[in-house]
Design a protein around this ligand. Structure first.
Ligand code: TYD
Length: 211
């Protein structure tokens, strides 16, 4: 790709324990293997300011923030990330592969916490001028396996979100699924069950029309 063409913005989404971060790394490597310049980033975080907000969001007691304050903090972190990291990279012709983006806020704060998708979209309009990915890859996995993986994680390492109930995480998964069905042009639902390489190939195939 020439330096003058805008890069592609890809987000990876999913509930807890679907292997999203591992797949983000593998997909970035696969895209680089095709000669693309890829910026790997994640939310909350991805710029100095957003990483500072990440610490506020993920550390501390379960009720450190209410849902509304939390939604504002995610939107503020996202704004810094968009303007400091994502847009400059896209304008330089790079691909940006982001582990979670605004759809996580819609699923967690909007869906599971009950603030509603419209409120989250309004915050995103203020914070980030409503920027959306060119493609969003939603990793879905059999619930039992995802729950097992989460259980297998070191309990002490779980952040404020990981500690929430099974019902909460079920509602997150449901919200993501509904969003994907409502926008089949931007979203692709990817089966995250199977060998790591097989799942990475599924992700790559879901970008076929953008490559
Ligand atoms: P992280 O350690 O990055 O988790 P994961 O590996 O699951 O991506 O922590 C991010 C947590 O924050 C995760 O539980 C999802 C939650 N989250 C929201 O609730 N809203 C958001 O907008 C984002 C980006 C993340």
């Amino acid at each position: 790709m020439s330096g003058s063409a805008r890069g592609r913005f890809i987000s990876l989404e999913g509930g807890e324990g679907v292997g999203k971060s591992t797949q983000a790394r593998a997909l970035a490597a696969a895209l680089r293997g095709r000669g693309l310049e890829v910026v790997e980033t994640r939310e909350p975080g991805g710029s100095a300011g957003a990483e500072a907000i990440r610490a506020l969001l993920l550390e501390g007691g379960a009720d450190r923030w209410g849902a509304r304050a939390e939604a504002l903090l995610f939107a503020a972190a996202r704004s810094d990330h968009v303007y400091k990291t994502i847009l400059p990279a896209l304008e330089a012709g790079k691909w940006v592969l982001c582990d979670r983006f605004v759809d996580s806020s819609i699923a967690y704060q909007g869906g599971a916490d009950g603030l509603g998708a419209d409120a989250i979209r309004a915050l995103h309009e203020v914070g980030s001028a409503g920027l959306l990915p060119d493609r969003t890859l939603l990793l879905e996995m059999d619930t039992f396996q995802a729950a097992f993986r989460e259980f297998a994680r070191d309990q002490g390492q779980l952040d404020r979100f990981g500690k929430r109930s099974g019902d909460y995480h079920g509602s997150v998964v449901q919200s993501f699924h509904e969003m994907a069905l409502a926008d089949p042009i931007r979203f692709r639902i990817i089966d995250a069950d199977g060998e790591q390489e097989v799942v990475t190939q599924r992700l790559l195939n879901a970008l076929g029309d953008l490559l």
